[in-house]
Design a protein around this ligand. Sequence first.
Ligand code: F6P
Length: 334
Amino acid sequence: MILKIPTPSNQKRNQSIAVLTSGGDAPGMNAAVRSVVRYGLAHGCKMYGVMKGFRGLLDGHITRLEASSVANVIQRGGTILKTDRCKEFYKKSARKRAAEVLISYGIEGLVVIGGDGSFTGAGLLEKETGFPTIGVPGTIDNDIFATDDTIGFDTAVNTAVEAIDRIRDTASSHDRIFLVEVMGRSSGFIAIMVGIAGGAETVIIPEIKQPVSAVCNTIDRGIKRGKSSSIIVVAEGPKPGLSYRIANDLSKRGYSSKVCILGHTQRGGSPTAHDRLLASALGASAVAYLLAGKSDAMVGMQKGHIVLVPFKNVIGRKRLLPNEILELAQILAI
Ligand code: F6P
């Protein structure tokens, strides 16, 4: 990752900028908030924090943030600004009210740290009211289009791999098959990376339909080669608990297995150095672009460089798993 923050020549100073975190929290969000605040203060700005995502805009729950407000948070998981999935913000009238609240505080730009749903809200806010917004990708799922990385993904993968290493110990002691379920509602990014890094025998992801018979064949191949235990990583898909259904199907075919759902443990914990660096780079860049009059866009990371991508090229688009990663997972699992 190249930590080169954009310095557009026409950058203004002394603006009033607010930041909020929205949607599912992700480790590193605090590092991003800290970076937004301190970069803004360094450029003479007044900085504000909106509590509980878009909800806080509607409730006028907004506070001034100084350098000390974001002290001692870079290592903390969760988000000090709290977060919410605000259903009311789906309404146009709510977005109009949000812009009015921001203007009443003298705020001139908004940084939204979150995922695709949060960017949808931010994009509509700007489109309908003209209020400048900029998005910072923060989600453990790494499923946002046009950025190679999202804040929290690296930490979530590390958390899950650590758990798998532990599960492997007991799996091999008891000669057991384990289904380890990781997060990823509509994306197998976490599962595939965890599968590769954790040495899983197979990975079940929403992107690729895999019949139970194929899972059984993989287990059998392993047994023939002398393996006495197997780790199968399962992406949760639309509803957590998919692993129990797979375990049931396996049992009908004579394979006994154990299930471990990692769930929200993957969303918590201290962010890795990688996520802290990514968050620091993206947070500062978001403010740099806002001060240069750029908005209606997301800051992202492409091939190690910070990029600015219009919301219309990001929102609602599915980031596909690269084929090379899928192939590598298959080759290494043999
Ligand atoms: O943050 C993304 C994500 O972790 C998904 O992988 C998961 O399905 C979802 O959020 C669950 O979030 P919540 O329990 O907050 O609705």
